[in-house]
Design a protein around this ligand. Structure first.
Ligand SMILES: [Zn+2]
Length: 356
């Protein structure tokens, strides 16, 4: 009888261990100032010159509200005037992974979990960055994990498995991005890195693998965001820049609430850099969203006056909920209500005047 009880407990433990269910409190993190810019929702018909897409990997609403509490009731992301939800299921699962979700956002089509830039039957898809580059726009990627990781790779690779790092690295080498900043240097040969730089791109990979967590990364993401904007600012035909808060996902997988909040606050500061830049470049559409929610975070308590949150994770994996989307600038009015994650692709192309 006792043995049976232990087996049942072990079985349940595989889903949720006692440690994972224990609430965690984050208190007294340094908060950042949030400037309330005069941001507009422009009509759906107005045309942007530049598009900046910021993806918090694994950043569901709960992640945002946890960070909002810790930053004493303010976030740059929460100042964006337009909001919507994105449905996230992939072609074969209710709960997506970053490869299928990245492909949905980058290529406008649902695919199976694990696949990048391909339909489930293996048909290659053209990513937003590839289409826009062909039309004369400049393109960039800024991330905090390896640049070959699933989310950025969805913008240039066509592989059946997100684990096929050599093929992903080879695809980036010839893709033609103007800015490539992040981690993952070990996936590239010296020759590949030189090939990218020789094409005139601003390429710097700061770590052999993923960049360190926010607590040990300093202001790398906000700095790289500023650097990418300066590099792309003079693009005659505009630019498309994807910026990812990549490690929000990892910290939620690890069920580490403090690390998670630090990652969201870091991402929010990168959003702040973009909003400041937009004041001088109002012909820019900014979209801030996520690929899926990670960790099943629930907020139990907190205080925005004290900068404190108490929360509990109920999963070590992704979940199937819709994720928030925020937007500002020309065309931001066309992002509203509940949308499929695949709709971003077509909407962005139409707004830029490329009705394909
Ligand atoms: Zn994940």
């Amino acid at each position: 009888m006792k043995k049976m009880f232990i087996s049942a407990a072990l079985l349940l433990g595989g889903l949720l261990s006692a440690a994972e269910q224990r609430p965690q409190t984050v208190d007294g993190l340094p908060s950042h100032e949030v400037v309330e810019y005069n941001l507009s929702v422009a009509p759906a018909a107005s045309r942007p010159k530049n598009v900046i897409l910021m993806i918090g990997d694994g950043m569901g609403s709960e992640q945002l509200w946890a960070a909002w509490l810790c930053n004493r009731g303010k976030l740059f992301i929460q100042t964006l005037p337009q909001a919507a939800f994105l449905r996230t299921p992939s072609a074969n699962r209710t709960v997506t992974d970053s490869a299928a979700a990245g492909t949905a956002i980058a290529c406008g089509q649902k695919t199976n979990n694990g696949m990048l830039g391909l339909l489930p039957d293996g048909t290659p898809l053209k990513s937003l960055s590839a289409v826009l580059r062909e039309r004369g726009m400049r393109t960039g990627l800024v991330v905090t994990k390896a640049i070959t990781d699933a989310t950025p790779a969805a913008f240039y690779a066509h592989v059946a498995s997100r684990r096929n790092t050599p093929a992903i690295a080879a695809a980036l080498t010839t893709a033609g991005f103007d800015v490539v900043l992040g981690g993952g240097a070990a996936a590239f040969s010296e020759e590949q890195l030189q090939t990218m730089s020789a094409q005139g791109a601003d390429v710097e990979l700061f770590a052999p693998g993923d960049c360190p967590p926010a607590s040990r990364r300093g202001d790398l993401l906000p700095r790289c965001t500023q650097r990418a904007l300066e590099r792309l600012a003079n693009a005659e035909n505009g630019f498309f820049l994807m910026i990812e808060g990549s490690r929000i996902d990892s910290s939620a997988h690890d069920n580490k609430l403090e690390e998670l909040v630090r990652e969201v606050l870091d991402f929010d500061q990168a959003v702040g850099v973009v909003l400041r830049w937009i004041q001088q470049h109002p012909d820019t559409l900014l979209i801030v969203t996520a690929d899926h929610q990670t960790g099943g975070l629930i907020i139990l308590d907190g205080s925005r006056d004290c900068g404190r949150v108490t929360g509990v994770f109920c999963s070590e994996n992704h979940t199937g909920v819709a994720v928030p989307l925020y937007a500002t600038g020309p065309g931001s009015g066309s992002f509203s209500g509940v949308m499929e994650n695949t709709e971003l692709y077509q909407k962005i192309l139409v707004l830029l005047g490329f009705n394909i």
